[in-house]
Design a binder for this molecule. Structure first.
Ligand code: HEM
Length: 513
């Protein structure tokens, strides 16, 4: 008995000794790492609070524990430390919109993405996840014709057809006096357009009696997990092969994303298996991605499915939030609304006049209203870049080649250097700048080699839908029905404190003349 006790005691002593050793190693590592980060790291000389220099714990606390609040903290850091701040041990943030184009450059100046900021996106072979500059350039080129201005002008009839469907639905809602969620109306429109254009079959969300919100609810649940997935990327790997039944059991929104992913994989598989008989895939993203000029190793099922999913996600929630935001701004600014309605009459003499994109694009006030609504929208979190071989100079600071650096689009869009009183909605600022011979920058689509590929489609949808909504209908905001426009939280996009986004309206009349 005594011998056994002695053995157990020895083992316990040994375990404590091992535990003690492991703990001391961990503590030692943390201390050494903190000392290195504070005094020896290439970014050690940059301004910022010591805690941001030492570890990412604060970022984790504000973005994951508190939920999407680190951009606010970054803003506060700039107020205290100036225009350039080391916001994490390995990342600089520059809050000076005049420097934006140096970070987000065109293809002639080498820029890569930061791998840390794509590992949470479960589309590993899509262009948005592609770190390498050259590979990204190629992948993007496979779809750039598909979204060129010329191609988008060529599908005006398709967009028009969907806008007409939306108008018909809203007329019914007007008769029934029902309250409608504008965010769901907009996302049904944008989803139907992008699905019809990309896959040759519209998802028909505009025909859903309640305007299905499943697609945006699904992508919002994905967005809300982005910060968590960035800190715990292994979860992406765990979630990816989730069977549909289990995903639906966890949440209907997750279920809708998995279901959609399964649908796209099946379509991609079919297209790859028989590219000669594309059938349903003719004239779609699948056809573009299966072009014989693309190397065979890039024509895989996964590539097609990832890229198709990216296009659908990027093409739905973005523009639908933008359109919802246009409605929110107009209904909250009667003077602007009256002015816009008067201008719309000049290119649409009657509410039933056919709307032509080319005509709408020439309307200065409409363009200013859209630009100003976009400017105030939170639609993309910080997306840092790396200049692997270029040393950059910002004022007195030399940014070493290979540093991670970025500028939040949202903070750039509110830089008083370009937009005095940046939090005031004032479309006139765009017209005043034009009268001075200046063109105000619009940062929301990003800039350079990795800027938004769907920008022409987004603008076309916004022109057509805004003109239809405000030339054909009178509407009012439902009191307390607008949420998320304060951008309290950031999960890629802006959300309210409660994690919501939306705008309820009542269609009060159909315009007669
Ligand atoms: C108002 C609407 C939209 C806004 C504000 C917007 C904004 C952006 C931004 C800021 C980026 C760059 C993100 C980064 O730096 O990583 C981006 C990328 C992208 N957007 Fe959009 N977007 C909009 C609509 C669309 C639409 C309608 C599509 C249609 C397909 C689309 C497709 C894409 C794609 C494919 C990329 C990735 C480009 C690349 O990695 O080279 N976007 N978008």
């Amino acid at each position: 008995m005594n011998a056994l006790s002695a053995i157990l005691a020895t083992l316990a002593d040994q375990q404590f000794a091992v535990l003690g050793l492991v703990l001391s190693l961990v503590v030692g590592y943390v201390i050494c790492n903190a000392i290195y980060n504070l005094y020896f790291h290439p970014l050690a000389g940059f301004p910022g609070p010591w805690w941001a220099h030492v570890s990412t714990l604060h970022e984790f606390y504000y973005d994951v524990v508190q939920g999407g609040l680190y951009t606010k903290v970054i803003h506060q850091m700039h107020e205290k430390y100036g225009p350039i701040v080391r916001i994490t041990p390995r990342e600089l943030h520059i809050s000076d919109a005049t420097y934006f184009h140096e970070i987000y450059t065109g293809p002639s100046r080498l820029r890569t993405k930061d791998a840390e900021f794509v590992k949470n996106i479960p589309l590993p072979t899509s262009m948005v996840n592609t770190i390498n500059h050259e590979l990204h350039r190629k992948r993007r080129s496979y779809l750039s014709n598909f979204f060129s201005k010329q191609s988008i002008n060529g599908i005006e009839f398709l967009m028009q057809e969907k806008v007409d469907r939306m108008v018909a639905r809203l007329k019914q809602d007007c008769q029934s006096g029902k309250t409608v969620e504008m965010y769901y109306v907009s996302s049904s429109l944008t989803s139907d357009i992008i699905s019809h254009y990309s896959y040759g079959e519209s998802f028909g969300l505009l025909d859903d009696p309640e305007y299905s919100g499943t697609s945006v609810d699904g992508s919002n649940s994905l967005l809300k997990s982005l910060h968590i997935l960035r800190f715990f990327p292994f979860l992406v790997v765990v979630m990816k092969p989730l069977p549909l039944w289990l995903a639906k059991l966890i949440s209907p929104e997750l279920g809708s994303i998995v279901e959609f992913g399964d649908y796209l994989s099946a379509r991609a598989k079919q297209a790859v298996a028989s590219p000669q008989a594309l059938g349903l895939s003719k004239g779609t993203v699948f056809e573009a991605l299966l072009s014989p000029e693309i190397p065979v190793h890039e024509r895989t099922t996964q590539r097609l499915a990832d890229e198709a999913m990216l296009v659908q996600l990027a093409g739905t929630d973005t523009t639908s939030r933008a359109l919802t935001s246009v409605v929110y701004r107009l209904l909250g600014n009667q003077r602007t609304l009256v002015k816009l309605k008067a201008e719309l009459k000049t290119s649409m003499p009657t509410p039933d006049s056919t709307i032509y994109l080319k005509e709408l694009e020439k309307l200065p006030y409409l363009t200013a209203v859209l630009s100003e609504s976009l400017r105030m929208l939170y639609l993309a979190s910080r997306a840092p870049r790396i200049a692997p071989t270029e040393t950059l100079q910002y004022k007195q600071w030399t940014i070493p080649a290979g540093s991670v650096m970025g500028a939040s689009l949202y903070l750039s869009q509110h830089d008083p250097a370009y937009y005095p009183d940046p939090y005031v909605f004032r479309p006139e600022r765009w017209l005043e700048a034009a009268a001075r011979g200046e063109k105000l920058p619009l940062f929301i689509f990003g800039h350079g080699a990795r800027s938004c590929l769907g920008l022409n489609l987004a603008w076309a949808e916004l022109y057509l839908a805004t003109a239809a909504l405000f030339r054909k209908f009178d509407m009012e905001a439902v009191k307390g029905g607008d949420v998320g426009f304060d951008n309290y939280r950031e999960f890629g996009f802006g959300f309210s404190k409660e994690g919501k986004f939306g705008m309820k309206v009542r269609i009060t009349g159909v315009v007669e003349e």
